[in-house]
Ligand binder design. Structure first.
Ligand code: ADP
Length: 476
């Protein structure tokens, strides 16, 4: 199973908290303490050096003013919170700020050995067992006339240093705490702006995949995530529309195929079982042929519409060439001469003078003209005139097919482009119509990135106008 990203972030965040606390409390503590010890050792050593080379050292060498030295060292000891001792070279404690001043009978430090003192200028320890707990001890020799006449030792309680390290550590903890809190805040922001919307998208995509095409992912963000949600919503809507469209399409197709098939089957059976006597066969065979023609036309139209709309390769289904549209109009009009003559219908051509070169798919445009002229003839009364015009307008070629026919009611004007749509008024006139002709026309014009419009008045006539891109002035 795929894991979500957010819990992983939480685990990493938790690990970061534990690791940082561990680092601060172990490594941080040791580093801080070591740094403070080294720093204090330096300060004490410098202080010791100054004492060893000052007037006090001279006085000490003469043993002139021991009480005054004692007083001065006691003051310093209290102020700096250190113990100070002055020792003879053999380890007798001459002055000790932790004890009253003595003038004789000095204590000797058992095992005192300057050479055994830490290799650096300081050491941590009990200073030759003078203390029960660890101290930071610094010892500086007092020299006079090139001779060591004693030592000054300075001692600071380690607990003092530890408590200073603790307060510095508290500060470090506070900083780490603030950084972690900010990281937590960032995680919360990420949760609301990224992870939670992503979760919604995931659930939404699952719903859509499960076929719940009415499900909508609601993410108000305008950012990339919001755009992904919008794209998914649009996709779901498209899938829903396509599904709906396919089911109406199939029901329309089956309906339109069923009625001619039913009559073909009915008449054939009636002829075979003798219900229709042989002398009437010719008439019914004619009907059967008409119905078969209708079926053929229906199949052809449906396929051509499907080819236009369904274009899985993504390539344009059109084969462009540059040709003279006036010639194509004339040629297509000529095809209808046979059907116009018996009804005394006139096709009038008002074409732009000379050649009018356009860039388009010639066969498809021929089909557009054919369907429009065919409709114009079908829905015109006898003796009517159909006008085909070509002209230049706004840098494009404009072609119109106008008739003086039954016209289209305003409420039907938008629907005539729908597949299988036929107005009630037209049903009586055109029994063979499939209602696909104008859908094909619109798809072809759309594929050319051009427009087609219709204006119509009932019982006056209709006018279909479509545009084409101009081509180079050379015939194909
Ligand atoms: P068909 O192939 O059945 O003619 P179309 O898609 O070409 O179908 O036309 C759809 C409907 O639009 C027709 O049934 C008719 O009702 C209406 N129509 C199309 N052209 C005209 C026209 N020139 N005059 C009046 N009605 C028209």
């Amino acid at each position: 199973m795929r894991k979500s990203v957010y819990p992983r972030f939480l685990v990493v965040y938790g690990a970061i908290i534990l690791i940082s606390l561990f680092i601060v409390s172990t490594l941080g503590r040791t580093l801080t303490e070591n740094r403070l010890i080294a720093q204090d050792a330096r300060i004490l050593y410098t202080a010791g050096r100054e004492m060893a080379s000052g007037q006090a050292a001279l006085d000490f060498s003469d043993r002139t003013d021991i009480p005054a030295i004692y007083e001065a060292l006691c003051t310093l000891s209290t102020a700096e919170r250190i113990d100070i001792r002055i020792l003879s070279p053999s380890g007798y404690i001459i002055i000790d700020t932790t004890a009253p001043l003595r003038t004789d009978d000095y204590d000797r430090i058992e095992g005192f050995d300057y050479a055994a003192f830490g290799p650096g200028q300081y050491e941590i320890g009990s200073f030759f067992s003078q203390y029960d707990s660890d101290r930071l001890n610094v010892m500086v020799p007092i020299t006079h006339s090139m001779k060591t006449i004693g030592y000054i030792s300075l001692h600071r309680d380690l607990a003092d240093i530890t408590s200073r390290a603790d307060s510095q550590l508290r500060l470090m903890f506070l900083i780490v705490g603030i950084v972690l809190a900010l990281m937590g805040l960032m995680l919360m922001v990420l949760q609301t702006t990224v992870f939670s919307p992503l979760e919604k998208i995931k659930t939404g995509a699952r719903e859509i995949r499960a076929g719940h095409l009415d499900h909508r992912i609601s993410i108000p963000n305008e950012d990339e995530i919001g755009q992904v949600a919008d794209a998914l919503n649009t996709l779901a809507e498209e899938i829903r529309k396509t599904g709906e469209y396919q089911s109406t399409f199939i029901s329309n197709v089956s309906h339109d195929f069923r009625s001619p098939l039913t009559s073909i089957k009915g008449f054939t059976e009636a002829m075979l079982d003798g219900t229709i006597p042989p002398e009437k066969h010719d008439r019914y065979l004619q009907i059967i042929q008409n119905e078969a023609d209708r079926l053929e036309k229906l199949t052809r139209n449906t396929l051509s519409l499907e080819n236009l709309q369904r274009n899985p390769t993504g390539r344009s289904p059109l084969v462009y060439s540059t040709f003279d549209i006036n010639r194509v109009i004339k040629k297509t009009a000529a095809v209808f001469e046979g059907s116009c003559r018996p009804r005394k219908i006139t096709i009038s051509l008002i074409l732009m003078e000379g050649e009018l070169m356009v860039s388009a798919d010639k066969d498809k445009i021929q089909q557009v003209l054919y369907n429009l002229i065919d409709n114009a003839i079908k829905f015109s009364p006898d003796n009517a005139t159909i006008t085909l015009e070509s002209r230049l307008r706004h840098g494009k070629c404009e072609i119109s097919v106008a008739d003086e026919g039954i016209g289209i009611a305003p409420e039907n004007l938008n629907r005539i482009w729908d597949r299988f749509y036929k107005t009630d008024a037209s049903r009586g006139i055109d029994k063979k119509g499939t209602g696909l002709g104008l859908s094909i026309v619109r798809e072809i014009i759309k594929a050319h990135d051009q427009t087609i419009t219709v204006t119509s008045t009932e019982n006056v006539g209709s006018r279909f106008v479509f545009t084409l891109a101009l081509g180079r002035q050379t015939p194909d």
